[in-house]
Design a protein around this ligand. Structure first.
Ligand SMILES: Cc1cc2nc3c(=O)[nH]c(=O)nc-3n(C[C@H](O)[C@H](O)[C@H](O)COP(=O)(O)OP(=O)(O)OC[C@H]3O[C@@H](n4cnc5c(N)ncnc54)[C@H](O)[C@@H]3O)c2cc1C
Length: 584
């Protein structure tokens, strides 16, 4: 089932995901004829291609579960890499990997949020992680050669066989099943390693995606970046001195990321064909300077700065693969998909997918049936997170009405031409939750499309009205029990409960996934919520549902179960999963 255009699916700007896209045994996949120059053959349970954040995370998590892992990295670390600005969502993963103390000791700058010139006016505005994430209110601006090396060393100390300077040249197949890789280590000879599972974490190079023709380019983000490292760049005034600074300019936007080394990473993102033309004419350095000159705040911060490394040019980075898992292989991090640098989401997606891929591989090595369900779940979870960032970035690009140029016009027109409904865009962009953080900022500072804004308002006032109703019922004076008890709940159209693989501690387990209007991609739910959903039939009052559910708990747990069920019911009602509480 290759050749599926992931944007064709529902016209929603999200990739399709289903078991039919996964090549299981028997399905033919094109494979490269094996090369003959092999000197040595070995075998490991798992071989990981690439030692960036995606590869090292997968390898560490697998080694922690007792899996025998070989990681092959073509470079010798520390090696250069763009992508310094992290998200707080990565901090718990670094904690889980056991590498957070080392990251803290490295002295990387703390990043508390973002400062932007984007949207209605040209005054910079800031947004802080603490507004939405009290537990992890900061992340880091990391020097990638050092950060990636810390993660790779951590893999080594967790028992991964890490070999640097080893380039994988091909993935080997037996029919449709990946069986290992062939690699070279500098002396011209090739070696073969057999493995039960191949993890492709080769980044933008996308070894397997190219071998199997899995990659689809994104029609929306056809951008190019030219960037370099500067000394002497001014930082933002306190308390924003660690923030990433993003400035929309006439022909695109610029980033300015302060680093603990005293350098700053400065880059310009422009339209790809026009950028290539401009660089061909002027050269990369003059082209970068011309972009900086168009961004007055960035130009001011770089008044006394000097470029000490670069310029580098990158393009063709926005793509997604038709399938992320196949027989004997899984794609992780950039090897699977990449959106755009706008939200600094790349390292987060690499770390997150590394953790999930390790859980998938651990499961698949133990239990083929659950492994097949986990493959589908891995792909769905990764696509869901990818789609969230993609829709948010689309919204951001199309909401910058302040600038008039080909870059912004094209991105607005393309956005308008997209055949996704505003309601679906809202759900994708804010993951079914009321907008907060970045999303809230774009709504306040930018000019989001009118119908999008209307959808947001509609959902917010729907939820606020329902919340007020249940709160009033809960605190109704003179009632021994909440009137909720006597109401009869009815589920909304399209609510679905499925038994699926869900992520547990380090591996996938059988569990329940609930699909609702606000969570069309499904969300795992507890056994209690699953039981509650399957008990709601539109006729049984809450009192009877409570009695039935409390019966199934052990003695002494009745009161606790009743309370949990009532809380769950309130949440499901506010969210719209429970369409009606008749009699409330
Ligand atoms: C312009 C730009 C700016 C960005 N800015 C940010 C940012 O601010 N914040 C952020 O979070 N992300 C950013 N990103 C994205 C981020 O850099 C990546 O998403 C992230 O590095 C992905 O990690 P990975 O492990 O999947 O791939 P990589 O980090 O690329 O690692 C892949 C590794 O595989 C190795 N490899 C490749 N081929 C082979 C082979 N055949 N054999 C053996 N080894 C191989 C490579 O040497 C490399 O070490 C940016 C991206 C771009 C293009």
């Amino acid at each position: 089932m290759k050749g599926v255009n992931p944007w064709d699916g529902q016209g929603t700007g999200k990739p399709t995901s289903s078991t039919k896209n996964l090549p299981w045994p028997g399905q033919q996949v094109w494979r490269r004829p094996a090369s003959r120059l092999t000197t040595m053959e070995q075998s490991h349970q798992v071989v990981v291609i690439g030692g960036g954040p995606g590869g090292s995370t997968t390898a560490t998590m697998l080694a922690r579960r007792g899996v025998d892992v070989l990681l092959l990295e073509r470079e010798h670390f520390p090696r250069e890499h763009v992508g310094e600005s992290l998200l707080p969502a990565s901090i718990p993963v670094l904690e889980e990997l056991g590498v957070l103390p080392a990251v803290e000791q490295a002295g990387f700058l703390r990043k508390w949020g973002a400062t932007m010139v984007w949207g209605r006016d040209s005054t910079p505005w800031s947004w802080y992680f603490k507004e939405t994430n009290q537990r992890y209110p900061h992340s880091y601006q990391v020097w990638r050669p050092q950060f990636d090396q810390l993660l790779l060393e951590n893999s080594r100390s967790n028992g991964v066989d890490v070999r640097e300077g080893h380039r994988v040249v091909e993935v080997l197949f037996d029919g449709a099943k990946a069986t290992g890789v062939r690699y070279g280590s500098g002396n011209g000879a090739l070696s073969t390693v057999h493995a039960e599972m191949v993890v492709d974490a080769s980044g933008q190079g996308g070894l397997l995606a190219r071998e199997l023709d899995l990659r689809r380019w994104d029609p929306f983000f056809q951008n190019l970046a030219v960037y370099g490292y500067f000394t002497g760049a001014q930082r933002l005034p306190a308390p924003d001195e660690g923030n990433i600074f993003i400035e929309a300019a006439g022909h695109g936007w610029l980033w300015n990321i302060p680093l603990h080394t005293g350098w700053a990473s400065i880059g310009a993102v422009v339209d790809s064909p026009r950028g290539q033309e401009g660089i061909k004419k002027a050269g990369a350095e003059r082209f970068l300077k011309a972009q900086i000159a168009q961004a007055p705040h960035t130009a001011g911060m770089l008044r006394d700065a000097e470029m000490v490394s670069g310029p580098h040019v990158v393009k063709d980075w926005s793509y997604v693969c038709d399938q992320l898992v196949g027989d004997g292989y899984v794609l992780v991090g950039d090897a699977a998909c990449f959106v755009d640098p706008l939200f600094s989401s790349g390292v987060h997606l690499a770390l997150m997918s590394g953790v999930l891929a390790a859980a998938y591989v651990t499961t698949a090595l133990k239990d083929a049936e659950l492994g097949a369900a986990a493959a589908v779940a891995y792909q769905e979870l990764y696509f869901k997170e990818y789609s969230h960032f993609r829709e948010m970035a689309r919204l951001f690009y199309s909401s910058n009405l302040a600038a008039e140029s080909y870059f912004w016009e094209a991105r607005r027109l393309l956005d308008g031409a997209g055949n996704f409904s505003p309601r679906h865009a809202f759900i994708q962009a804010v993951a079914g939750q009321p907008p907060q953080g970045y999303e809230r900022a774009v709504l306040d500072q930018g000019r989001a499309p009118e119908d999008f804004l209307a959808s947001v308002k509609e959902v917010e006032s729907f939820r606020a009205g329902r919340r007020a109703r249940v709160e009033a019922a809960r605190t109704a004076p003179g009632t021994a029990a909440s009137p909720l008890i006597h109401s009869v709940p009815r589920l909304a159209e399209g609510v679905r409960l499925e038994r699926k693989a869900v992520v547990g501690a380090g591996e996938f387990l059988w569990g329940y996934v609930l699909t609702t209007v606000s969570q069309p991609d499904g969300t795992p739910c507890s056994n209690l919520v699953a039981r509650l959903i399957s008990t709601i039939d539109g006729r049984t009052p809450v009192s009877q549902i409570l009695a039935r559910m409390a019966d199934t708990g052990g003695s002494g747990q009745e009161a606790q179960i009743r309370q949990s069920v009532l809380t769950a019911l309130e949440i499901l009602y506010v969210d719209g999963t429970v369409e009606e509480l008749q009699g409330l």
